[in-house]
Design a protein around this ligand. Structure first.
Ligand code: DGL
Length: 260
């Protein structure tokens, strides 16, 4: 069984790709909505939440954990890899594919402020400098606006994308797993001359490569179990609102208390 977690519904964009790669593998997904957004938490708090959730996923029988959150990966993955003896797969902004595709050699990254301020992210950037110019745009409140379906979502998207367009990027990397949910709206804003880079598919391939199925063989039509530390009703209505998540909408959602 594979465990996947995020601060909210964003990690479901990664789960969708994992399901496509491993249709016979049971998956447990936890949205830590009572503690979201992670972009606003201190680093210590993100590490504490990530540890607690990983422990819980292990207790459910998961033998691989996917940190389907760029912020938690940037801040907590080293602590998780040190603390747990199973494979921990994280996500990170797709700077490499963007750099390979870019003609202008100028790319933009949209991510939470916690991600762009993390030392892991800065180390990742260093690998591509100076050949590529990377413009990092911290998007305060954007993941939360997607979770809350805020009326000002398009305004926020414009505020964060426009400076990147003005500076001539030809690639925009989605560095937060919530952002693929509004990829179409971003595409409309930035126009066809800018490619939008999302690495969820590549993460799913990495999960497939590293996951060791149990010897008992595949469970055909394996279940997906969904949990939230917040409200199941709100989680359900969000899944119904974003077309990318429509295929999940008839699954039951359980509420879970996971106090630090
Ligand atoms: N999906 C999370 C990420 O990829 C959202 C972070 C947040 O909750 O602020 O960074």
């Amino acid at each position: 069984m594979i465990g996947v977690f995020d601060s909210g519904i964003g990690g479901l964009t990664v789960l969708s790709h994992i399901r496509a790669q491993l249709p016979d593998t049971p998956i447990v997904y936890l949205a830590d909505q009572a503690y979201a957004p992670y972009g606003d938490l201190t680093h210590d708090r993100v590490i504490e939440r990530s540890r607690l959730i990983s422990q819980w996923l292990l207790a459910q029988g998961c033998t691989l954990v996917v940190v389907a959150c760029n912020t938690a990966t940037a801040v907590a993955i080293e602590a998780l890899r040190t603390g747990f003896a199973i494979p921990i797969v994280g996500v990170e902004p797709g700077i490499k594919p963007a750099a390979l595709q870019s003609l202008s050699q100028r790319i933009g990254i949209l991510a939470t402020e916690n991600t762009v301020a993390s030392s892991r992210y800065l180390l990742l950037l260093e690998r591509f400098l100076p050949e590529v110019e990377v413009l990092s745009q911290g998007c305060a409140g954007l993941a939360d606006a997607i979770e809350q379906q805020s009326d000002d979502l398009d305004q926020r998207l414009r505020r964060y994308c426009q400076p990147l367009i003005d500076q001539g990027v030809d690639q925009i990397v989605l560095g937060c797993t919530h952002y693929p949910l509004v990829k179409d709206r971003i595409a409309l804003l930035v126009g066809p001359q800018v490619a939008i880079v999302d690495t969820s598919g590549a993460i799913a391939l990495e999960v497939k490569r590293r996951y060791q199925p149990p010897l008992t063989g595949p469970v055909v039509g394996a279940p997906i179990r969904l949990y939230t530390t917040g409200s199941a009703v709100r989680f359900d209505s969000l899944m119904r609102s974003y077309p990318m998540l429509a295929w999940l909408q008839d699954l039951a959602i359980a509420e879970l208390t996971l106090r630090s």
